[in-house]
Design a protein around this ligand. Structure first.
Ligand SMILES: Cc1cc2nc3c(=O)[nH]c(=O)nc-3n(C[C@H](O)[C@H](O)[C@H](O)COP(=O)(O)OP(=O)(O)OC[C@H]3O[C@@H](n4cnc5c(N)ncnc54)[C@H](O)[C@@H]3O)c2cc1C
Length: 398
């Protein structure tokens, strides 16, 4: 069955799922394609910062998100060895990516999108200017077919495979880039106040911890691949980093459970568009995640690219792609630069320790820096991340 859809969205993370929701809500015929079995876990610190929550609310997903078990967050405790600082952050929340991404996909389906989980998409040949559609190869155990789309959004993340056969789009990876590692502990583990993100750093990388509303803990880390090799397992290195930061009650499960890993984190695509194609979210470019704003970037990308895709679904014009690249570089390059600077600082523990000491002497300055990195949000409406009943988590996962 070869059919033409208005838009094919590849990847059902926050960027893709939200774009599919916004496009379907506006009456477009959308197919959302996802490689993983669904719902899926994702290596992520799970912190929706103030901006991400506000943007989700603006897109009309307020009710969808409010039903999720979101753990409110208002502080970030950063430690480098024995030096540490606690900073107030604009109100955000921690939520399982399995639940969040699934909720947005459900909203997209309710708005009329067709969802194809466990299906790998690939684009093997650029469409030429005479082509009215883009051909996407879809494969799973029972299907092997071509989908024709008037416009395509590639939001397949840092490890996406959609454009693997098109060298001119290949992701340029920074050779010294760390890799992401993550796991979720079901058991209760007290490592600090539930409204505080713990960021523990040493020369080999950093580990972020948040309590989840269900009592478990989410652990996400960016680690040097050579150090992981040296220690044998990401969990052993993560335990070491947590111990260095004064957390000594790390459950043995942290070293023993299976951790999910990512490809190298920092990398860019040389091009963000092609005939009928837009590339957005982590797939377009990503920097190590210390500031935890990747989801806000993905949401912002979705909101901005959707109007361009809508036009492209009527008639492709190269100027749409140029507009997208231009926006992307204006909006994200500055933020990526800040993140690169932080990634550099984190590799120099002496500078970090001095910085933390200085910050402790000048907490107002440190607070100002944090607020300018994670956007101001003191007036943020508390009710959005108010306690959801614990049963809603069980209901979603059963
Ligand atoms: C260690 C770590 C910690 C982080 N912590 C935070 C945090 O606390 N807060 C925050 O906001 N951000 C954080 N991030 C960043 C955040 O996870 C990402 O920025 C965000 O998930 C990007 O969403 P996305 O939709 O662009 O991509 P993804 O969420 O990666 O989604 C891409 C999807 O595409 C699918 N896919 C790939 N290839 C194909 C294919 N060929 N066909 C079909 N489907 C395909 C994948 O299976 C995946 O589901 C963290 C990242 C890491 C690595």
């Amino acid at each position: 069955m070869n059919k033409v859809v208005d838009v094919a969205v590849i990847g059902a993370g926050v960027t893709g799922a939200l774009s599919a929701y916004l496009l379907a809500k506006q009456g477009l015929n959308v197919t959302l394609i996802e490689r993983s079995n669904w719902p899926r876990e994702k290596v992520c610190g799970c912190c929706l910062n103030y901006e991400a929550l506000k943007l989700l609310k603006d897109t009309g997903l307020f009710d969808v998100c409010r039903k999720l078990p979101i753990q409110p967050l208002k502080n970030c405790h950063i430690s480098m060895g024995r030096s540490s600082i606690t900073l107030a952050i604009p109100k955000g929340g921690a939520v399982s990516r399995r639940l969040l991404d699934n909720a947005i996909v459900n909203a997209a389906c309710n708005a009329g999108a067709i969802f194809l989980p466990h299906t790998t998409a690939s684009i093997e040949k650029a469409s030429d200017t005479t082509n009215k559609v883009c051909n996407i190869h879809l494969r799973n155990e029972t299907m092997n077919r071509i989908l024709h789309a008037k416009a395509v959004l590639i939001a397949d993340g840092i490890g996406g495979s959609t454009l693997n056969n098109m060298p001119s789009y290949r992701r340029n990876v920074k050779p010294t880039s760390r890799r992401g590692f993550g796991t979720h502990l079901q058991q209760t583990w007290e490592f600090g106040s539930p409204d505080t993100i713990r960021m523990c750093c040493n020369k080999d990388g950093y580990v972020g911890l948040v309590q989840m509303k269900d009592g478990g803990a989410n652990i996400a880390a960016a680690l040097d691949p050579s150090a992981v090799k040296h220690y044998g397992k990401p969990g052993i290195l993560a335990t070491r980093i947590l111990n260095d930061s004064g957390i000594h009650n790390v459950p043995t499960e942290v070293s023993e459970v299976a951790w999910k890993a990512t490809v190298p984190l920092t990398g860019y695509r040389p091009r963000l568009y092609g005939q009928h194609i837009f590339i957005a979210g982590d797939a377009a470019g990503y920097v190590e995640p210390f500031t935890g704003e990747g989801m806000a970037w993905g949401i912002k990308c979705a909101i901005t690219v959707v109007p361009l895709i809508k036009i492209a679904a009527v008639k492709w014009d190269k100027s749409l792609g140029i507009q997208w690249e231009d926006y992307h570089s204006r909006y994200l390059k500055k933020r990526h630069f800040k993140c690169k600077l932080i990634a550099w600082l984190l590799r120099h523990s002496t500078i970090m320790k001095c910085g933390i000491k200085l910050w402790n002497f000048m907490p107002c300055f440190a607070q100002h820096l944090i607020e300018s990195y994670i956007v101001p949000g003191r007036d943020y409406n508390k009710s959005f991340v108010s306690a959801a009943p614990a049963t809603s988590y069980k209901k979603e996962t059963s």
